[in-house]
Design a protein around this ligand. Structure first.
Ligand SMILES: Cc1cc2nc3c(=O)[nH]c(=O)nc-3n(C[C@H](O)[C@H](O)[C@H](O)COP(=O)(O)OP(=O)(O)OC[C@H]3O[C@@H](n4cnc5c(N)ncnc54)[C@H](O)[C@@H]3O)c2cc1C
Ligand code: SF4
Ligand code: SF4
Length: 545
């Protein structure tokens, strides 16, 4: 084969005549050689559900919406839900944030999730039946994610939940103005359509009997018991807890909060409770929190939206007494370590009810008394494979030590499914080692023009406080594609042909299908390809002399 035909089509922007370049094998001059390397984009690394974000953004960029959605579904069965409620650690990690603003990964994910619901896309079980049957206890994001992945791996799956409907906190905690229930229903229905059996209104009480009846059990019972605070209170004080109130609202009840509601706590649940109270007719919803705004565990956007809706904040305050129609608060100050300490200054506030939003505990009655299951600090201890000390009993989500978010719970579900599958087959789940991170300094960002992030539409405040309509809108197809195109494809070849075009020695061979190869007979190691690769996927390695 002639050198020219081996190299296929010749690049259009070379500095030497192709004929003369290919006539001289310049490779022997080299002290460093380039090589294509795969790196892990920081967004992928940060997604607790383990999504291959760079890959699905790439499909979306080319308007391959279904392929993009299927790529998400390989890891996470809830793109439309996550596209609304995930706290987006991927965007916090996104390299583009250093250039201008992070890629709106979450809004593209939502667009794809909504598109799938609109188009009726489904998934199917291709794996052969394993003959094994797994029980999942709890139909929250963790249990549902485990059920989905276990079913795709060929196992029979039964999900039991105490509640009348599946979804866990996605249904009975997170308010509908952030997560419309038809979206939750559609993504759960898709899991049911795979053949996962749901037994609702069914509380599991005898775990040993279930372990005997099933081949493995995954526990994902969440954390539903509101933490109490020892607030001295008069007999007629009305003190409620936020998770119970939010669950009542979901079930169509109108909890008796009154017109003036004090919410005690500074997390996201406190914000959800205060905003829900406004929608239920409270004229005054005031959040009482011991520290300052910048130390609030609630996400900034939740605080901002609550303030926009007229929620008042009493930072540096604690409730010292509650009685009918009023509470006493004590002002706090932060000591040099940032710890809140009382000042001895008191104030009275009018409040018909106090709603505690101080976090939740798991009800672990199910495992208490099992000698081989360890409970520490109100959570169940699991090993690296999410198995408890009891063989065949796995656990994940809010009931195990971890960050308590739906995305983490979904990631646990996937991980548990893979480990349960391996355990049932008598093996262990082995994952290939992770690639090095594609950090910002590895990229050549000159290639990317300024492109500010797309802003999602928001409902006007008047509608927000009088209805449970969804507050944040979605992107349309053109804005979603624009947003996907902002991705810099960190650490992954974006097939731009830069290396092929700039190589002065025609040493890059285009293999097709987005693959390239370096012909080291002709590469003299100038490093131009590595310098010009926008995505940082070419690295120079010293030659061994
Ligand atoms: C108000 C609020 C807002 C939140 N907002 C967000 C958000 O915006 N984004 C985010 O990522 N996370 C959010 N979270 C956290 C998130 O909802 C949880 O981390 C997540 O739902 C945990 O999932 P899970 O599957 O472990 O448990 P859960 O979702 O709590 O589900 C557990 C399920 O187990 C069932 N169950 C319990 N015991 C039994 C039993 N013995 N037998 C049968 N069934 C049983 C329960 O009925 C429940 O359905 C929020 C939480 C709250 C409370
Ligand atoms: S699930 Fe969350 S972290 Fe993962 S891609 Fe979606 S928004 Fe990002
Ligand atoms: S630019 Fe793209 S690949 Fe890079 S971190 Fe952001 S979303 Fe991920």
């Amino acid at each position: 084969m002639s050198e020219a035909s081996k190299h296929g089509p010749l690049p259009f922007a070379i500095t030497l005549d192709p004929g003369s370049s290919l006539a001289n094998k310049t490779g022997s001059w080299r002290t460093e050689a380039p090589a294509y390397v795969d790196r892990l984009p920081p967004c992928n690394d940060a997604c607790p559900a383990g999504e291959n974000i760079q890959q699905w953004l790439h499909h979306a960029e080319e308007s391959g919406y279904e392929a993009a959605w299927r790529q998400i579904m390989a890891d996470n069965p809830f793109p439309a839900v996550m596209g609304r409620i995930c706290y987006r650690p991927c965007e916090t990690a996104c390299n583009r944030a250093i250039l201008d603003e992070p890629v709106g990964i979450n809004s593209v994910e939502r667009f794809l999730g909504d598109e799938a619901i609109k188009q009726g896309w489904t998934v199917s079980v291709d794996a052969p039946a394993s003959g094994k049957h797994v029980l999942v206890v709890g139909a929250g994001p963790s249990g549902l994610s485990a059920a989905y992945h276990l079913r795709l791996l060929g196992h029979e799956v039964t999900v039991r939940d105490s509640c009348p409907e599946a979804g866990g906190m996605m249904r009975y905690g997170i308010p509908a103005y952030r997560l419309p229930r038809d979206v939750v229903d559609a993504e759960i229905q898709r899991i049911a359509d795979l053949g996962v059996r749901f037994e609702l209104n069914t509380t599991v009480t005898d775990l040993q009997a279930e372990l005997d009846a099933f081949d493995a059990v995954f526990l994902a019972v969440g954390a539903h018991v509101g933490r109490r605070a020892d607030i001295p209170a008069g007999d007629s004080a009305r003190i409620l807890d936020a998770v119970s109130v939010l669950a009542e609202v979901e079930q169509g009840d109108q909890p008796l909060l009154g017109r003036r509601v004090a919410i005690y706590g500074g997390g996201n649940t406190a914000m959800d409770m205060a905003r829900t109270a406004r929608r239920l007719g409270a004229t005054d919803a005031v959040v009482v929190y011991r520290r300052t705004r910048d130390r609030m565990p609630a996400h900034e956007i939740e605080v901002t939206e609550a303030l926009e809706e007229g929620v008042r904040m009493r930072w540096l305050s604690t409730i010292t007494y509650a009685d009918a129609g009023r509470i006493t608060i004590e002002k706090m100050k932060l000591d040099e370590t940032g710890f809140p300490v009382p000042t001895g200054e008191f104030e009275e506030l009018e409040a018909d009810s106090v709603v505690l939003a101080l976090g939740q505990l798991s009800d672990l009655a199910l495992v208490e008394g099992m000698d081989d299951v360890t409970i520490t600090d109100h959570v169940v201890q699991v090993g690296a494979h999410l198995m408890t000390g009891h063989p065949g009993l796995f656990a994940g989500g809010d009931m195990v030590p971890s960050e308590r978010t739906a995305t983490v719970a979904i990631g646990h579900g996937k991980k548990a499914a893979r480990n349960i599958d391996a355990w049932l087959r008598g093996t262990t789940d082995q994952r290939p080692p992770r690639h090095d991170l594609a950090t910002y300094e590895r990229l050549n960002t000159w290639y990317y023009s300024d492109a500010p992030a797309t802003v999602r539409p928001r409902l006007d405040v008047a509608r927000r406080i009088s209805t449970f309509d969804e507050v944040v809108g979605g992107l349309d197809a053109s804005t979603a594609v624009f947003e996907a195109r902002r991705c810099m494809s960190c650490g992954n070849c974006l097939e731009c042909d830069n290396c092929f075009s700039v190589c002065p020695d025609n040493a890059i061979i285009k293999l097709g299908g987005g693959k390239y190869e370096i012909d080291l007979d002709f590469c003299k190691g100038c490093g131009l390809c590595a310098a010009e690769c926008p995505s940082g996927v070419i690295e120079m390695f010293p030659e061994r002399l």
